[in-house]
Ligand binder design. Structure first.
Ligand SMILES: Nc1ncnc2c1ncn2[C@@H]1O[C@H](COP(=O)(O)OP(=O)(O)OP(=O)(O)O)[C@@H](O)[C@H]1O
Length: 271
């Protein structure tokens, strides 16, 4: 069975059909990427899977469990972690503190156990530290571990956001535009991190991304969307060749690598 099954998913905001009948499966171990122009509904799908939005219709099944109606706080313990398009870290805390807070919110000890600092809490704290240090090593964040987020270069903050998600030990990580705002070199580094997450950690990655160089390099499969609806699903090469995709947002005759989904819509270039 696929790790994630999305079936006939829809959400309407007033008259706007932000997501309108989208189905796809994400297999364990793959990097599955959703692409599409501004307003296609990509982030909305993330917000539906993270349970920030209530679907108008459809079903989401993760690891054999129907999560369509769960609360947002119930998602991380099941093994889904995410990053955000606009980095959401505590700017005036250190990298280490941000990662520990991330783990703390996912901890299963009760508040009264925390207050009494019972052995279960002490064990959990030791375990939190161990996992956080592992992630810091994995993403080569040692030089920054005691630095405040506010003073870090943007590219490092993007990696810290991924680190915070990884510290939750997810089975599935949702990366919302991991390359946005990064330089060409930083985007290449990001590609390495995504490949390492998939190959070394055995993680499944669901990503929204505009940079087609990154998408082509790391994705197993790509879902192209426009106006809340699916346009094409296949390997990066198949999707980039698809006439409906070229028509919708790569720009007819300009479907080469490196084109961004925002190219035709006047959005910012990312690479
Ligand atoms: N909470 C909301 N309330 C009303 N409309 C919304 C809401 N969230 C998303 N939308 C609308 O749904 C549509 C899809 O938005 P979404 O952010 O998912 O697009 P996207 O593909 O992620 O675009 P981008 O590449 O610009 O991030 C847009 O028309 C957007 O304005």
């Amino acid at each position: 069975m696929s790790l994630l099954q999305v079936r006939d998913l829809a959400v309407h905001f007033g008259g706007v059909k932000a997501v309108d009948g989208v189905s796809f499966d994400v297999e364990a171990g793959e990097v599955f990427t959703i692409v599409g122009p501004n307003g296609a509904g990509k982030s909305t799908i993330f917000n539906l899977i993270s349970r920030f939005y209530e679907p108008s219709a459809g079903r989401i099944v993760f690891d054999g469990r129907d999560i369509t109606r769960l609360q947002a706080h119930e998602i991380a313990p099941l093994g889904i972690a995410r990053t955000f398009q606009n980095i959401e870290l505590f700017d005036h805390s250190t990298v280490l503190a941000n990662l520990l807070v991330g783990r703390h919110t996912a901890r299963r000890t009760a508040w009264w156990q925390d207050v009494l600092f019972l052995p279960a809490v002490r064990r959990a704290e030791v375990e939190d530290r161990r996992i956080v240090e592992e992630v810091i090593d994995f993403l080569e964040l040692q030089p920054y571990r005691n630095k405040l987020i506010a003073g870090l270069p943007y590219g490092v903050r993007k990696v810290v956001e991924i680190a915070r998600a990884l510290a939750l030990r997810p089975k599935l990580i949702l990366l919302d535009e991991p390359a946005s705002g990064l330089s060409v070199e930083e985007t290449q580094d990001m590609a390495f991190w995504i490949e390492d997450m998939q190959k070394d950690m055995g993680l499944t990655v669901l990503m929204v991304e505009h940079d087609m160089n990154l998408v082509s390099r790391v994705s197993t499969r790509v879902l192209a969307m426009a106006n809340g609806q699916p346009l094409a699903l296949g390997t990066p090469a198949e999707v980039q060749k698809d006439p409906a995709v070229i028509e919708a947002y790569l720009g007819t005759g300009h479907a080469g690598k490196g084109q961004t989904g925002k190219g035709q819509t006047g959005g910012e270039a990312h690479a």
